[in-house]
Design a protein around this ligand. Structure first.
Ligand code: ADP
Ligand code: MG
Length: 576
């Protein structure tokens, strides 16, 4: 047997050629100078480790030509050189905060250079581009290797690797040169947000919006806070207080479990509040305005999405029969309608383990949401297959413990089933539950169409659903994932905020199959549990061990959403 793998492996890393003594910063400089003008392909010889003063550069993948995607490298800064006090990375949440602030500093520093880094924007995600491991700073960078036509521009390469890179490490990745109070403030803020989120469930809340929070964004394509926004103020009746580890006492609106309606006139800020709750699964950067807006980690936004694929979903709670005569406890279509897509998405969210659903009338299918008295009168129940969410929302909570927060300005019928009603009036939030209750005592004449929300069937996905032969994984913004031959539409998965999450989903799907988590015997829920357990144990490596590009660890719900939208998904069996 040929011994291929071990032959060219030096002590320091993969693909490292012989003569490690020259693999220093000076050695790199010499090599780049000697390569100046040589054919571009010779950049490949840079692959491997180079030790600098206090850090190591590993060139992991070299682009074949100047127009290809940037080359990839990793920088490892020794704990002694980086010097960050251990309390800044003492637990995984603080370590994520430290990585978040450092990678943003690196990003600022690398502007106008050939080096690039995936820093993210308003949300601080667990991402492969920067990790803190026992005080070591690991940074993954792209580097666009300079060329003149098809030949190497060694001078510019020297500028990037031997000057810009060490300067960046010196100014952005060392405690002694850091803006120390900014770093501390950032890490403390992330820890506070996380701690606040953990307070929700023990206090029977699904969400919290701090007094003073800024909810609206600058525009649909700019996620920074709107300037001159009306800051949030909690209604007195819902105000709660928490003590956070760093900031101390905070007050704001606690949204209890159960069924909460958000009502109010058009353009008064209803969807803005709901959208802030949607993103309450994330920790936001200081200054974002949503640092203290949180919802439980298992909150899922659901919407209608006509045209999506649905594969073997038990939508029978919502759909009793179909004109095609096909069964609704095993429902498949390549082209769902607004109502069936939304029904499937609700069932799938519950299957994945969500305990809080968010819905907005703006993006919901009306005929799945309501069916009023007159329509009940006109269209007999046996010619209407749909059971409206109105009659299922309460059983969903009572039987399955799934709460709903819903924007519903257009139908008063929901007052019958709501535990509380919030009203937005000129961006100010009031609780109007008492008035809504009084109104609900006047009968509407409609009758209930469901007594319960039955258990739905647990699905067992077939591992052959996912291409595993090193498929290309690529994100198109947060709109779509390319996974080998398949494209997964993710536009309606509204809690995705970052293309790196989309890449993470693609990698995680492949890893789930390759590592045997998705093995043809586990249900969707069990696969997701196994994935979460791996993430808890191994962090980003649970998503992919070898990938050198940028990705962020996805949440189980977005992973499930992508699996469910995969056009090649096959459900092999049900576990009834
Ligand atoms: P609704 O869903 O009630 O129709 P939206 O939430 O879509 O209303 O908000 C309407 C507009 O008001 C948006 O342009 C939004 O940015 C703005 N807006 C929302 N909340 C605030 C606020 N607290 N301060 C200032 N502007 C706001
Ligand atoms: Mg709206």
């Amino acid at each position: 047997m040929a011994q291929r793998a071990s032959n060219n492996r030096g002590p320091g890393g993969r693909g490292q050629p012989a003569n490690p003594s020259k693999r220093t910063a000076q050695g790199l400089r010499d090599q780049l100078r000697s390569m100046h003008g040589a054919s571009y392909g010779r950049y490949k010889s840079l692959t491997g480790n180079w030790s600098f003063d206090g850090f190591t550069l590993e060139v992991q993948r070299v682009q074949p030509d100047p127009y290809a995607p940037a080359s990839r490298c990793e920088v490892r800064v020794d704990p002694g050189h980086a010097g960050f006090p251990s309390d800044l990375w003492a637990n995984p949440v603080r370590a994520r905060g430290l990585a978040g602030v450092l990678v943003r500093a690196v990003h600022r520093r690398l502007k106008d250079s050939r080096l690039s880094v995936d820093a993210g924007r308003q949300q601080v995600l667990d991402r492969s581009s920067c990790q803190i491991v026992d005080g070591t700073v690991l940074l993954r960078l792209g580097i666009d290797m300079p060329g003149r036509g098809r030949s190497i521009d060694g001078k510019q390469a020297e500028q990037a690797l031997c000057r810009d890179l060490p300067d960046m490490v010196e100014s952005a990745l060392r405690w002694h040169s850091a803006d120390q109070s900014r770093v501390r403030e950032f890490v403390d803020s992330i820890e506070d947000t996380d701690a606040l989120r953990r307070e929700l469930a023990p206090n029977n809340l699904v969400a919290f919006v701090a007094d003073g929070a800024v909810l609206p964004r600058r525009s649909g394509i700019d996620d920074r806070p709107l300037q001159q926004a009306v800051p949030f103020t909690s209604p007195e009746s819902l105000r709660v207080e928490f003590d956070l580890p760093n900031r101390g006492r905070v007050s704001g609106m606690g949204v209890p479990e159960g069924i909460s309606l958000i009502v109010g006139g058009g353009f008064h800020g209803k969807s803005t509040l709901l959208r802030a709750l949607e993103h309450g699964i994330y920790d936001h950067v200081p200054g974002d305005g949503r640092e203290l807006v949180v919802c439980t980690h298992d909150t899922v936004k659901v919407r209608a999405e006509d045209g999506r694929r649905v594969h073997r979903v038990d939508v029978s709670p919502f759909v009793s029969h179909l004109p095609t005569g096909s069964g609704t406890s095993d429902f498949s279509t390549d082209n769902a309608s607004g109502s069936t897509s939304q029904a499937a998405s609700i069932v799938e969210a519950v299957e994945a383990g969500s305990r809080t659903l968010l819905l907005d009338e703006d993006t919901a299918a009306t005929n799945l949401m309501i069916r009023d008295a007159r329509m009940q009168e006109l269209v007999a129940k046996d010619s209407e297959p749909l059971t409206p969410f109105l009659d299922l929302i309460r059983p969903l909570y009572q039987r399955h413990g799934v709460s709903t927060v819903m924007v519903m300005g257009g139908s008063g019928d929901y007052m019958d089933v709501a535990d509380r009603v919030l009203m937005l009036d000129s961006y100010r939030c009031y609780e109007v539950t008492e008035r809504a209750r009084a109104l609900a005592t006047t009968p509407t004449g409609r009758h209930r169409e469901a007594e319960t929300f039955p258990d739905t069937r647990a699905r067992v996905p077939d591992p052959r659903s996912v291409e595993t032969d090193r498929p290309k994984v690529r994100s198109r913004g947060t709109d779509a994932l390319t996974l080998g031959q398949s494209t997964v539409e993710l536009r309606a998965v509204e809690q995705l905020v970052d293309p790196s999450q989309v890449t993470g989903i693609g990698l995680a799907l492949v890893t789930c199959v390759r590592a045997g988590l998705l093995d043809g015997t586990r249900t969707v829920h069990e696969v997701l549990d196994a994935f979460d357990a791996e993430v808890a144990k191994r962090g980003i490596h649970a998503v992919d061990d070898r990938y050198v590009g940028d990705f962020a660890v996805p949440r189980r719900f977005e992973l499930a959403a992508a699996l469910n939208r995969l056009r090649t998904l096959r459900i092999g069996a049900f576990r009834d």
